[in-house]
Design a protein around this ligand. Structure first.
Ligand code: HEC
Length: 153
């Protein structure tokens, strides 16, 4: 009987870890093949959003992105950041620096129903405070489901 209780306790811990793993964000392997919708370059190295960035929208999130709201559960948006290389009068995109990701998840109530994640160029998760480091800024776009960028034809 004693061993049964021990087993139940271990099982409960395993189940709660699995639940946690399910809600944490990992870098989607296929973000590079999603719809590219826009680009921006911030050449100032001292700026927090330095680099070339492109916004990529998962095919299942594209209709909502074009409308500006109504993202379905699981909708994914990604922003890769690349280094800025200035050479012979041309400004071009250098190596990948990091990728920022938003995923629609109705359980993420403290951050407007979005999970936020950032990953280095190898896909390793960077430590971040999703609320203070990401959502407080995105909160400005509450009327557009907290998404800043807009679709242009
Ligand atoms: C200082 C304000 C600010 C902070 C902090 C910020 N973002 Fe953003 N984010 C923006 C802006 C502005 C855009 C639109 C960029 C563009 O138009 O190219 C954006 C765009 C995005 C997008 C594409 C969808 C959209 O809103 O257009 C994702 C994904 C994203 N950010 C993730 C993150 C993550 C993850 C963090 C935290 C690590 C974060 N952001 C922190 C301002 C911010």
């Amino acid at each position: 009987m004693k061993s049964m209780r021990w087993f139940a306790a271990v099982a409960a811990v395993v189940v709660s870890c699995l639940a946690f793993a399910g809600s944490a964000l990992t870098l989607p392997a296929d973000w590079r093949s999603w719809q590219h919708v826009k680009s921006m370059v911030i050449p100032d190295k001292a700026h927090g959003l330095y680099g070339f960035h492109h916004v990529y929208v998962h095919p299942k999130a594209l209709a909502a992105y074009q409308k500006g709201k109504g993202y379905p559960e699981g909708a994914l948006l990604a922003v890769p950041f690349y280094d800025v290389v200035v050479e012979n009068g041309a400004t071009s995109q250098g190596p990948l620096l990091k990728v920022a990701v938003m995923k629609r998840d109705k359980t993420a109530t403290a951050t407007g129903g979005w999970l936020y994640g950032a990953f280095d160029s190898t896909g390793k998760a960077l430590e971040l405070d999703a609320r203070a480091g990401c959502h407080t800024c995105h909160e400005a776009k509450k009327d557009r489901d907290f998404v800043f960028s807009e679709w242009t034809p």
